[in-house]
Design a protein around this ligand. Structure first.
Ligand code: SAM
Length: 208
């Protein structure tokens, strides 16, 4: 299914699901806010929005968004991550698939928002990034939003060096017909400043 191996699979061997879930459980127990991504997205949409969690992993963000009343579909290529999501909320929709081939899934288009949180974009298989952005743009309704969070330096990535620059990413989005609406430095909404090591970007599909 994943013809070119994604960087997350290279990093973890596809076995990180339980450990990943434990890391976030520990963060939550120690008082960290682990719901920043969900709160950020919730503020961008109307109640009951249709949301695609692209690279949903253990489902931590999609589960929170569903608790907030949204209709979420999670897609991920890592079975160990999806196993956690399915165990946590068996009633939610979790799909094992490669984001580069979303069009083969027969998903109903018209999502209000597609989210790629937790460094999904920098962790894609090298060279597949433009195709994934195109696939995500294609499932959005007119006016729908693509929300991404990504590290731009080693300090903000589980990788030795960055794999994506913002100009590159904005170019892939523009090619897919998306325009940049908002860029923040954190999920709490602090403004992004050039040279910052992390960016939360909101790109929009035109309404017309
Ligand atoms: C660091 S995890 C983030 C998981 C989740 N979004 C979160 O914030 O907790 C990155 C995820 O991207 C997924 N991923 C990477 N490339 C993918 C692809 N081509 N198709 C689907 N999922 C992919 C990985 O399997 C992994 O679960």
């Amino acid at each position: 299914m994943n013809s070119r191996r994604d960087r997350w699979a290279e990093l973890t061997g596809g076995q990180d699901g339980e450990a990943y879930a434990r890391r976030f459980a520990q963060l939550a127990e120690s008082g960290h806010d682990v719901h920043g991504e969900a709160a950020f997205c919730d503020a961008l949409v109307t109640p009951g929005a249709r949301i695609l969690d692209a690279g949903c992993g253990t489902g931590r963000v999609a589960i929170r968004l569903a608790e907030l009343g949204h209709r979420c579909t999670g897609v991920d290529v890592d079975r160990s991550m999806l196993a956690v999501a399915r165990r946590e909320t068996p009633t939610q929709e979790w799909i094992h698939a490669d984001l580069a081939h979303l069009d083969g899934l027969g998903l109903e288009p018209g999502f209000d928002l597609a989210l790629a949180a937790g460094n999904v974009v920098p962790l894609l298989a090298p060279g597949t990034e433009p195709a994934v952005v195109r696939q995500l743009a294609a499932v959005l309704r007119p006016g729908g939003l693509l929300v991404t969070g990504m590290g731009l330096d080693a300090e903000h990535l589980p990788l030795p060096e960055p794999t994506v620059t913002l100009p590159e990413f904005d170019h892939w989005c523009a090619e897919a017909g998306l325009t940049l609406r908002q860029r923040c430095a954190t999920w709490s909404g602090e403004p992004y400043r050039p040279g910052g090591g992390y960016a939360v970007s909101v790109h929009a599909r035109p309404t017309a």
